[in-house]
Design a protein around this ligand. Structure first.
Ligand SMILES: *Cc1c(COP(=O)(O)O)cnc(C)c1O
Length: 393
């Protein structure tokens, strides 16, 4: 199958990253893969199935509908909704056997009511806020909150967790004190006979930097996708999972002094060969790469010239004269001996790798490969009218 722009997801690399993470945390610790935002742009149904096959114990999503999508993809392992859920989502949470995060008493009571009416016991996790200040119960109120939940019918607190916002080396003291506060709460309650089967704090950076953050479950995201927010965190030999590719769709000779693309931000300093590549910011090739970065073609770097447009990006291929229509172009990933990493792209765009992969647009088909073979293709065509509905016009 031929596409003009596509992402390639290396499922083999993803599975090996799961195994590396498993080695790092040991067999006693559960792994919850954070698979929110469509698995950071990698496609959550495929990634979820592969990760479970590779030994991930649980999945973490941000929203109810991300959880339902995974259930629809045949995934049976427990799925934790990390963001706060709303009372009007309770029926579907129960129907799809999802595990909500609870940090609001009114929500917990409503959940208890609905679960009891169905004679069900619903598992929940409680987030304790020790410094992220995003969701969760404030640390000072956590013990009382958990005592109250221990008395609610139909609700079992299966897990407690906190989130560490500053694990990238910048703030070791703060992170250590968060872990200590969290541990203190767990121990206080343990002293009262209130215990939790799953206790977790660690994102990818904490997994690699803070052994004391592992408890009995970890929540990696980025490292399983072969990424960290910052490149220099990669000390564990992870493999990149996603590459982003396109093709040359036009090549032309353009005279010295002419301008290219919107806003005429670039004038050619010599007679040039200019190639049009079939990917733009509508695909996730970020506009701030305009006049700022390279793409790979024929195994070499070709500079992006002029503004990146919605559909097309121009590169200067004067020094790579063999370039022809149909040639594969790598936006990030490897080609021959050359590589453009997602970190390089992120740095040029003044952001982190996660935002780049999350931003690969809906119009970009995903090609899944394992051991060099294509194992699945997902095109996001979306709603489709029946054929007769189209031919009538
Ligand atoms: C996203 C997220 C993670 C994973 O973070 P990574 O840096 O990708 O490992 C873990 N826990 C929570 C609560 C998250 O929201």
């Amino acid at each position: 199958m031929e596409f003009a722009a596509w992402s390639e997801i290396d499922i083999g690399a993803l599975k090996r990253n799961v195994e590396r993470t498993r080695k790092l945390v040991g067999d006693e610790v559960l792994i919850l893969l954070t698979i929110k935002a469509d698995a950071y742009g990698h496609g959550s149904p495929h990634v979820g199935r592969a990760a479970v096959a590779a030994g991930v114990d649980m999945l973490g999503v941000a929203t109810l509908h991300e959880g339902i999508e995974l259930r629809g993809a045949g995934i049976r392992v427990p799925i934790l909704i990390l963001s706060p859920s709303l009372v009007n989502e309770i029926d579907e949470i129960l129907e799809w056997r999802l595990t909500p995060t609870v940090s609001d008493l009114r929500f917990a009571q409503a959940l208890s009511f609905s679960a009891s009416r169905l004679s069900r016991e619903v598992q929940v996790h409680v987030e304790i806020d020790t410094g992220m200040t995003r969701g969760g119960v404030n640390e000072g109120e956590a013990c009382d909150f958990l005592r109250t939940l221990a008395g609610l019918r139909g609700v079992t607190v299966e897990g407690v967790y906190t989130h560490l916002p500053s694990t990238y080396g910048e703030d070791a003291e703060f992170t250590e004190s968060q872990i200590e506060t969290f541990q203190g709460i767990i121990e206080t309650l343990k002293g009262e006979g209130i215990e939790f089967p799953m206790v977790h704090t660690a994102n990818s950076a904490a997994i690699t930097q803070y052994k004391g953050s592992h408890f009995n479950m970890v929540r990696p995201g980025g490292m399983i996708y072969g990424m960290f927010p910052a490149k220099d965190m990669n000390g564990v030999g992870l493999e990149p999972v996603m590459s982003f590719k396109s093709r040359v769709v036009n090549v032309k000779q353009v005279g010295k002094g002419k301008s290219v693309s919107y806003g005429r931000t670039r004038r050619l300093e010599r007679d040039s060969r200019v190639a049009a590549v079939a990917a733009g910011y509508g695909h996730g090739l970020i506009r701030s790469l305009s006049n700022n970065g390279d793409l790979l073609v024929r195994g070499k770097r070709a500079p992006i010239i002029g503004r990146v447009t919605m559909d097309v990006t121009l590169i200067d291929v004067t020094d790579i004269p063999q370039v022809a229509v149909g040639d594969e172009v790598v936006i990030f990933g490897r080609q021959g001996e050359s590589e453009i990493t997602v970190y390089e792209v992120a740095e040029r765009c003044n952001t982190i790798s996660y935002e780049i992969t999350c931003g690969i647009g809906k119009r970009v088909p995903r090609v899944y490969i394992e051991g060099g073979r294509v194992t699945g293709i997902v095109t996001l065509i979306g709603e489709r009218l029946p054929r007769e509905g189209i031919s009538q016009s």
